[in-house]
Design a protein around this ligand. Structure first.
Ligand code: ASP
Length: 439
């Protein structure tokens, strides 16, 4: 037991994921003991859900004060060296570049594999799995009414405290923190202003310690989160959607294992496998929680302690990236929309596919880093290309599993951009050595 507790965190999380998968298999629809639907299975799922929620809530608890402290201190320090504009442009440029690559990858794979090009009877059966308008409303919430302009309007908080208490409004909070940090750096540095800066520095230190503490419970929390999901997966349903599932996984895999590593080599001049090793605990957490925002504390910790990216760069780029840079999400949106068009027998013209690319790029900026958040964006894009939004009922069955994968890609892409920015800012320590065994 002691040996397990002393092993690195990533190994503990990995073991937890494996055990959770096994538990889900034993009590889920594939149960060899026919436990699915039994009281025992229902109780176990309830407990798994409860444990997972406790951990997720603890992670979310950290996010708002950590983001505020990290972004404000990072931007305030940049103001001093007049680096804000340069860094800001670099970050936004790289986010746009990686997301564009990912959307094009998705578009390529879905057009080559054509997962929705199925016999008419299968297409009819799939169309029959559409949600009713009421179910759709309940699944994606009020936001079905929202268009692309609405998403951008949400970036400016009407009330900062309200934005701080809503995990879907993190982008608005970050926009405020950037402004606050910028003018904190510009203001005359009198006693009052210095005290505010010192307070945010202190808050940041404290939040890092709380993060360390909460992460000690990660293996248990991950066991609950993954176990609950695994216990609900009906593998039989996979067969009708196997080509679609494969298309999403293959394109996410290409972006994760080919495109992003190439950028690390070409622009960052670092060894990609070192970066994978450094970010592994964060990737596992992203996979288990399906939330880039909840993973943010760990993303920052891995980047700073294991990849050796300076807090100056990572504290500015990552909170922003966790909310606006979503390569996996944009890719997924694109594949889903083209797939559904294929199921409906609608040949999307080049202009329409271009519209899908642009909308996937833009909406991925506004999508919150929480589970299943892309469904809202997919509804917006489906409406724009004239497809019934209720069609997301077809892909809903596998949304959670694919969410785990796309969230890991989202987080990895944020960390890659942080490395690229740090390297182009002359940071020579980044990924210079193998990571310490600790985390
Ligand atoms: N769950 C994703 C994230 O947190 C967002 C999404 O694609 O639904 O990054």
């Amino acid at each position: 037991m002691k040996a397990i507790l002393r092993s690195p965190l990533w190994l503990q999380i990995l073991v937890a994921i494996a055990l959770a998968g096994l538990t889900g298999y034993l009590i889920g629809p594939q149960s060899p003991f026919d436990l699915a639907g039994s009281v025992f299975a229902a109780n176990t799922i309830w407990w798994l859900d409860y444990i997972g929620d406790l951990f997720l809530q603890a992670l979310k608890m950290i996010v708002v004060p950590l983001i505020a402290a990290a972004v404000i201190t990072a931007v305030a320090n940049m103001g001093k060296e007049h680096a804000f504009g340069r860094l800001g442009l670099k970050v936004i440029g790289l986010y746009a570049l990686t997301t564009l690559f990912s959307v094009c990858t998705g578009l390529f794979f879905v057009n080559v594999i054509q997962p929705g090009d199925v016999p008419e009877s299968v297409a009819n059966a799939l169309q029959g799995q559409s949600m009713s308008p009421e179910e759709l409303e309940a699944t994606v919430g009020q936001s079905t009414e929202e268009d692309i302009w609405g998403i951008f309007k949400r970036m400016i908080p009407a009330n900062v405290l309200a934005a701080g208490s809503d995990n879907r409004a993190l982008l608005a909070l970050i926009v405020f923190c950037i402004l606050f940090g910028f003018f904190l750096g510009q203001a005359t540095q009198n006693d009052g202003v210095r005290a505010v800066r010192a307070a945010f520095d202190g808050l940041y230190e404290i939040m890092l310690r709380i993060t360390d503490f909460v992460m000690k419970f990660a293996p248990i929390g991950v066991f609950g989160l993954v176990g609950e999901t695994a216990a609900q997966v009906e593998l039989q349903q996979l067969w009708s959607l196997v080509a679609y599932f494969f298309t999403v996984v293959a394109s996410l895999g290409f972006h994760l294992f080919v495109t992003l590593p190439v950028l690390l080599v070409v622009i960052g001049r670092v060894k990609p496998w070192r970066h994978f090793a450094a970010m592994f605990p964060a990737l596992l957490t992203a996979f288990s929680t399906s939330s880039s925002s909840a993973t943010l504390p760990l993303t920052l910790e891995c980047l700073q302690e294991r990849a050796k990216v300076s807090p100056r760069v990572s504290n500015f780029t990552c909170p922003l990236g966790a909310t606006i840079n979503m390569d996996g999400t944009a890719l997924y949106e694109c594949v889903v929309v083209v797939f559904l068009a294929q199921v409906w027998g609608l040949e999307l013209t080049l202009a329409q596919q271009f519209l899908v690319v642009i909308l996937a790029l833009l909406t991925s900026v506004g999508v919150a880093g929480v589970p299943s958040a892309s469904l809202v964006a997919i509804v917006v894009i489906l409406a724009a290309v004239g497809l019934p939004a209720e069609g997301i009922g077809i892909i809903f069955v596998f949304d959670r599993i694919l969410d785990m994968m796309r969230t890991a890609v989202n987080v990895f892409s944020d960390s890659v951009v942080a490395v690229l920015v740090a390297r182009t800012e002359g940071e020579t320590d980044v990924l210079a050595q193998t990571v310490p065994a600790k985390a």
